[in-house]
Write a new protein. Structure first.
Length: 174
């Protein structure tokens, strides 16, 4: 009888510990990194991530094909509504994002369901790149921004990875 009571207490204690571990919130850095899980092959793309007060970011880089993806999970202390998003993501926003590039030209932008897509051409060190920049509200306090950059001549990889990231919003229609 005492042996059964002891086993029951151990099992109940274990269940409580497992339950507490499952209630633990997921760090936002893991949420951000998960966006690349089925997109960027780990053997090919290097990954880094960072948590800050105003944003959580992740970067995927493949130097062999000159590919870059950068995700920003932007934090808002006050709730942001969908109609306020264009007031934040203005020309000045994009100038700041691409401050290290020359010749930034927006070639198109469009609204595709709940995602806004901006397409740019930029130049860095005499190399021309195409950029697709998505903006997607997640909830009232988080907005996802993600840009994908490839050499302008590499439309195949751009299209492949854009479709993996945003199957219904990979490109603005001609």
């Amino acid at each position: 009888m005492i042996k059964r009571l002891f086993i029951l207490i151990v099992l109940l204690g274990g269940a409580v510990l497992v339950g507490r571990a499952q209630d633990k919130p997921t760090r936002e850095i893991y949420t951000v990194l998960s966006y690349g899980d089925n997109v960027f092959e780990p053997a090919q793309w290097l990954t880094s991530a960072k948590e800050e007060a105003g944003r959580t970011t992740a970067e995927w880089r493949d130097d062999a094909i000159s590919g870059l993806a950068y995700l920003g999970y932007i934090h808002f202390d006050n709730p942001i509504q969908a109609d306020q998003i264009p007031l934040v993501f203005t020309d000045d926003w994009f100038k700041a994002v691409f401050a290290n590039y020359q010749g930034m030209v927006e070639v198109s932008n469009c609204q595709l369901k709940d995602v806004t897509l901006h397409q740019f051409n930029v130049v860095q060190a005499s190399n021309r790149f195409s950029v697709r920049y998505w903006i997607k509200p997640i909830d009232e306090s988080r907005v996802l921004t993600l840009f994908l950059m490839f050499p302008t001549t590499d439309t195949k990889n751009m299209d492949t990875y854009a479709k993996k990231l945003f199957p219904d919003a990979a490109v603005c229609a001609g």
